[in-house]
Design a protein around this ligand. Structure first.
Ligand code: ATP
Ligand code: MG
Length: 385
């Protein structure tokens, strides 16, 4: 058993006032679920949580799992000892390096401790200087900073490193949204960003089997699983667009293909959202990235739905999106080369600035519009993740 502990700090929840208890109870539950299967003890105190009594070799696993829990601000691995200053000093001495400058920063939540924070800083500092006279104290810009937390439970924690976690709000506290999940780079990132603000996700993937392969669908499944590392209750639904695309291809002008498909997608998505208790749609559009993401295109595709459509990437460059995709672990899967349904029957010159009345004229050529949507939704497939 390791004598180390992991200190967990949470972020924005302190802004929550009277609702804080609710947010904290969801957060605690998410931490418990995330650490399920790892042998350890969780202590939830006021303001800070601690993981104790775990086997040394599971420490890095616990840390990487905690980094995937939204609502956590940072974690630190700390060494643990009792109250006597001799014990604290012994560990502090082991931890401080042998050259450069240092500072001790003590916090004392146990107010009855015989020394106050300043006295702890001073007395520990003196002991360190006695043992390592080559060191210097620098209170403003030290090379090394050692934090010492004196807790009420008889424990003292010493740590010198703080690792940032995902931040955001606890998953499940921000309503439920339907994520349009393609196999590309952008949509998993878009989902991640809303989930980070506490939104539960249901994912919806469109495919055009057999024009698109089983492998393309499998890629969406794997991306949903990657999101599942952060979003414990994520579900994936798959809808076939094959018949819809064939119909558009047969009846409408080729350069309207993408616009018309996207309007079908949005209509279907809104229906699926309502069926699954989702209050909004989320997609990975970024302004101007491709023809279907100009202001005019977005206006025309947005016109068929009335629930909010969140586009968290709208103002981001591809490079910035890729950086997040790499950080959350979806990038390598996203760049596997499988066709997306949007690339089927692709015209040579897609419309960059579609006009709503012209688009509606094209749509009128599809007499069985509603029936096609009905059928696509009837055949929806729910994938176990
Ligand atoms: P992505 O990288 O997310 O695939 P993209 O840059 O390829 O995005 P588009 O193909 O124009 O852009 O798609 C824009 C958004 O529409 C996607 O981010 C996604 O939310 C949604 N979308 C596109 N294709 C599909 C699909 N096959 N299934 C579900 N949603 C899709
Ligand atoms: Mg795409």
């Amino acid at each position: 058993m390791s004598n180390n502990v992991i200190l967990i700090r949470f972020g924005e929840l302190y802004l929550k006032g009277k609702n804080k208890d609710y947010f904290e109870s969801v957060l605690k539950d998410n931490i418990r679920k995330k650490l399920d299967g790892v042998d350890c003890a969780l202590h939830f105190g006021r303001g800070r949580y601690v993981v104790k009594d775990y086997a040394e070799e599971t420490e890095s696993e616990i840390l990487s799992r905690l980094k995937q829990v939204f609502g956590l601000h940072s974690v630190s691995v700390a060494r643990r000892c009792g109250y006597p200053l001799d014990e604290i000093a012994e560990i502090a001495l082991q931890m401080t390096p042998n050259s450069g400058s240092f500072r001790i920063t003590a916090h004392r939540s146990y107010k009855k401790y015989p020394l106050d924070s300043l006295q702890i800083n001073k007395q520990l500092g003196e002991r360190i200087l006695d043992a390592k006279p080559q060191l210097t104290v620098d209170l403003h810009n030290p090379d090394y900073e050692l934090s010492v937390d004196v807790r009420e439970n008889g424990d003292v924690y010493l740590y010198d490193d703080t690792v940032r976690c995902a931040g955001g709000m606890p998953y499940g506290t921000g309503g439920r949204g339907l994520l349009l999940l393609s196999g590309g780079i952008d949509s998993p990132v878009a989902g991640y960003m809303l989930a980070k603000r506490g939104m539960s996700l249901t994912a919806l993937h469109f495919h055009s089997y057999p024009y698109t392969s089983e492998a393309a669908k499998d890629k969406a499944v794997r991306l949903a699983r990657i999101l599942g590392e952060y979003c414990p209750t994520i579900k994936l639904k798959c809808v076939s667009l094959t018949e819809i695309q064939e119909t558009i291809h047969n009846k409408c002008k080729p350069n309207y293909m993408i616009t018309l498909v996207r309007r079908f997608m949005m209509r279907i998505a809104q229906r699926v959202a309502r069926q699954n208790g989702c209050g909004c749609l989320i997609n990975g559009e970024s302004l101007g990235q491709v023809a279907s993401q100009t202001l005019e295109s977005i206006t025309v595709t947005n016109a068929v739905v009335d629930m909010p459509v969140f586009r968290p990437l709208i103002g981001m460059d591809k490079e910035e999106i890729i950086e997040i995709a790499q950080k959350i672990g979806s990038f390598e899967t996203s760049i596997e080369p499988y066709e997306d349904c949007c690339t089927i029957f692709l015209p040579d010159y897609p419309l960059i600035k579609p006009m709503l009345d012209k688009v509606c004229e094209q749509e009128k050529l599809i007499e069985n519009y509603d029936e096609l949507i009905e059928k696509a939704i009837e055949n929806i497939e729910t994938i176990m993740l």
